[in-house]
Design a protein around this ligand. Structure first.
Ligand SMILES: Nc1ncnc2c1ncn2[C@@H]1O[C@H](COP(=O)(O)OP(=O)(O)OP(=O)(O)O)[C@@H](O)[C@H]1O
Length: 257
């Protein structure tokens, strides 16, 4: 479903050049929930942004549903793949109502039947229709993330790219959003590629995971192998240990690795 082959991307020129992705390759099967983990700055979000068409200066091959992705964003691509960002507040236009935010992609894509589609999606993400008249600042963090998920789904994409979709939320709300994502996945057999710091989230939702460090994939493995301690690399084993038994010493060890 998602094929990433030898993806390379750098920022800056000459001495300031920063190679952020180096020959990143992995494949996600249709309907799979696939996790991307690794330390901060390892390039996880950058991979998603290349797939979403937000970065265009990459090299390599990207394909979704056997369709090679061009670098520029196109309408067919928006209907194939959508991204949900970490911060639901920053990703929603502050002066547009929720109704307008959800209708806008339908207008851009010339899709009719907008009223019904918006209402159906609000139902799906667990928000009443009264939310159509509200503005983002009148919503809680969890409600805003529900709107961001609804907006990502309004064009009925086959792939959702999820960039730490719960990390900006209160712990009590995180589980609600994860459960919503799991229910939506089951209902529509979407394919998810999800960046997270949280191995608990990986264990709860994902079937496979790729571990990144310094812009490279260290290893890909099934979540069963991850939780049963069958990781191949010391770094992945350390991530698992750190998540099971968090301590200051362990945090130092991971940071220094
Ligand atoms: N627009 C940009 N211009 C220059 N450098 C960038 C840009 N976006 C990302 N980077 C750099 O690319 C590297 C990878 O960033 P990325 O956001 O992909 O990491 P990440 O693994 O998602 O980290 P985190 O878990 O902290 O979100 C970082 O060194 C970052 O500073």
């Amino acid at each position: 479903m998602i094929n990433v082959k030898k993806l390379n991307l750098a920022f800056g020129e000459g001495e300031k050049r920063n190679q952020v992705l180096s020959d990143v390759s992995f494949a996600v099967q249709p309907g799979e929930i696939y996790g991307l983990v690794g330390e901060s700055g390892s390039g996880k979000t950058t991979v998603l942004k290349c797939l979403a068409g937000l970065f265009t200066h990459w090299e390599g091959e990207l394909a979704i549903n056997d369709q090679p992705l061009e670098k520029r964003l196109s309408q067919p691509r928006c209907r194939l793949v959508q991204m949900v960002f970490q911060d639901p507040y920053g990703s929603l236009h502050p002066r547009h109502t929720i109704g307008d935010i959800l209708e806008e992609p339908l207008q851009i894509h010339g899709i009719n039947d907008r009223d019904r589609r918006v209402n159906t999606l609000l139902d799906k993400v667990g928000l009443s229709r009264a939310f159509r008249e509200r503005y983002p600042h009148q919503l809680s963090g969890g409600q805003r993330q529900r709107v961001a998920i609804a907006r990502a789904l309004i064009l009925e994409p086959r792939v959702l790219l999820l960039d730490e979709p719960t990390s900006a939320l209160d712990v009590s709300v995180q589980a609600e959003i994860l459960n919503l994502l799991a229910a939506l996945h089951q209902e529509s057999q979407l394919t998810y590629l999800m960046v997270t710091h949280d191995l608990g989230v990986i264990a709860h939702l994902c079937q496979k995971v790729a571990v990144m460090q310094y812009g490279k994939i260290l290893e890909t493995l099934t979540v069963d192998a991850l939780v049963s301690g069958a990781a191949q690399t010391d770094y992945t084993r350390m991530l698992v240990n750190a998540s099971q038994q968090y301590s200051r010493e362990m945090a130092r060890e991971v940071a220094a690795y």
